[in-house]
Design a protein around this ligand. Structure first.
Ligand SMILES: CC(=O)SCCNC(=O)CCNC(=O)[C@H](O)C(C)(C)COP(=O)(O)OP(=O)(O)OC[C@H]1O[C@@H](n2cnc3c(N)ncnc32)[C@H](O)[C@@H]1OP(=O)(O)O
Length: 446
């Protein structure tokens, strides 16, 4: 049913944590505010977003923009005018024509995959400085014509006589021209035929997560994010974005400080009406946003006098049945914990990306379930209860949204900053990935 592996999606299979490998530092990072998709293209394309937060980040570090070895950017919903967004962003960031840049796509893991690929290049001595990010503008996800419409247009184009033209016109069927929204398709698993929300319903049933528990978790996500905004804990992390029309965006706009379990209880099931329990209120929001991290070797840190905030100690990827993709963090993180001889609460802070409230709760319940731990994780006894005060302490995607190619990057960035703010040492950032995969990263503040 499940498999975890130290191979990356790019095929690097060097055993992790070896003494011969080089230390990899997380130097700094920044993200845009996450902006709710409002049914039409928002003010920024994926590359615009990456440039908006990349520019101030590059400027605040004493590294010449062309001194990076490469740029790696995760993006799920690449728009047709921005093929290889990594390279376009690098050029628009003034990193020089000689800057190699490539885009990675592993669905919701894309922004974490960029960090992992950078980590392994640096660890193995192939690079010293890499800018690794994630970007997605879900509001710009292309609308596509159905095959029938494309066939009809091709026929019209190929008509070589007025008769053929008229025959083709006669075959026009308006229903073929209803556009398909690629985002809705992208958020449905093609193997098991379930939307991402339906996979969360599967987990809610399997682990007996009640609607009330999911809603209470969602309220806490909003309250935690609202507090972090109010206290200025995100000021360093979130850099303002300015639209071409001069509109200024300062912070995540999906947060509702005043939301309550009573208000959420009134919302209808979004994916399994009428009895499902996953609603707009306890799901991650559909948003636009970008995030970057700077990774460096010891040599680069010395050369540029950098002040890194964390070391990326180890990473892990896992794969499982797409129907229960939301449990992925349990697999990838447990493999990390085993390798580092640690229990759940030996880790000071956890970021588990909030694809859905029920999905995060199912992960915590799976760790406490003797049968699941025995069968899926091969453990003699359960991992136990993860202290909720260590988990997503400043809220997550339920409150701020989930630009899918970005979130894996954001949770590593935020974990690094939260460890620093609280004077803590070790953290794990982990996320589920549509299609049935998962990534996890263990970092230590320095
Ligand atoms: C591997 C992975 O990571 S998988 C995850 C990938 N991502 C996803 O699958 C995205 C999941 N989310 C979604 O698809 C969407 O957010 C949906 C379908 C659940 C909801 O979409 P929308 O209907 O556009 O949500 P919207 O924000 O408009 O909310 C709908 C209603 O709920 C209300 N609502 C939402 N949140 C709250 C809240 N916290 N408190 C009170 N009301 C709320 C809204 O006000 C709105 O009400 P209205 O229609 O009266 O204005």
């Amino acid at each position: 049913m499940t498999r975890s592996t130290s191979k990356t999606a790019t095929g690097n299979s060097t055993p992790p944590g070896q003494s011969s490998s080089r230390r990899v530092y997380l130097v700094d990072g920044a993200r845009t505010p996450f902006l709710k998709a409002k049914g039409r293209p928002g003010p920024f394309s994926p590359v615009d977003l990456a440039v908006q937060c990349g520019r101030p980040l590059l400027l605040r570090q004493p590294i010449p923009a062309d001194a990076y070895d490469q740029v790696i950017l995760g993006c799920v919903n690449v728009v047709p005018s921005e093929m290889n967004p990594a390279r376009i962003a690098a050029l628009r960031l003034g990193m020089g024509e000689a800057m190699p840049a490539f885009t990675v796509q592993i669905n919701c893991g894309s922004g974490m995959q960029s960090i992992d690929t950078a980590y392994k290049y640096i660890r193995d001595g192939d690079s010293d400085l890499i800018l690794a990010g994630g970007t997605d503008a879900l509001s710009h996800a292309p609308m596509v014509l159905q095959t029938e419409a494309v066939e009809w247009l091709a026929g019209l184009n190929a008509a070589s006589s007025p008769q053929e033209y008229a025959r083709q016109i006669g075959q026009f069927s308006p229903k073929d021209f209803k556009p398909e929204i690629s985002l809705a398709k992208g958020l449905t698993d093609p193997i098991v035929g379930l939307s991402m929300g339906q996979t969360a319903e599967v987990l809610a049933q399997q682990f007996n997560i009640t609607r009330q528990e999911a809603d209470e978790y969602a309220v806490s996500s909003h309250q935690r994010l609202a507090r972090a905004q109010e206290e200025g804990w995100l000021d360093d992390e979130v850099v303002p974005a300015v639209s071409p029309e001069g509109e200024l965006f300062r912070q995540d706009d999906g947060v509702r400080a005043d939301t309550s379990a009573e208000a959420l209880a009134k919302l209808k099931a979004a994916f399994e009406p009428p009895f499902g329990q996953v609603t707009p209120g306890n799901s991650s929001q559909v948003t636009d946003g970008a995030s970057w991290m700077i990774l460096a070797s010891e040599e680069a840190v010395k050369k540029y006098g950098l002040k890194p905030r964390a070391v990326l100690v180890d990473s892990e990827w896992a794969a499982l049945d797409p129907k229960i993709m939301g449990l992925g963090p349990v697999l990838s993180s447990t493999a990390l914990l085993k390798r580092h001889n640690a229990g759940l609460n030996d880790i000071d802070l956890w970021e588990i990306n909030e694809a859905f409230a029920a999905q995060v709760l199912a992960c915590t319940r799976a760790w406490d379930d003797p049968e699941f731990c025995k069968v899926a994780l091969g453990l003699d006894k359960p991992m136990g209860k993860l202290d909720p005060e260590r988990l997503n302490i400043d809220g997550g995607a339920v409150a701020m949204g989930h630009p899918v190619g970005t979130s894996g990057n954001r949770i590593v960035l935020h974990l690094m900053n939260a460890l620093h703010r609280k004077g803590l040492k070790r953290g794990i950032a982990t996320e589920c990935i549509g299609g049935g995969q998962s990534g996890a990263m263990l970092i230590e503040a320095v």
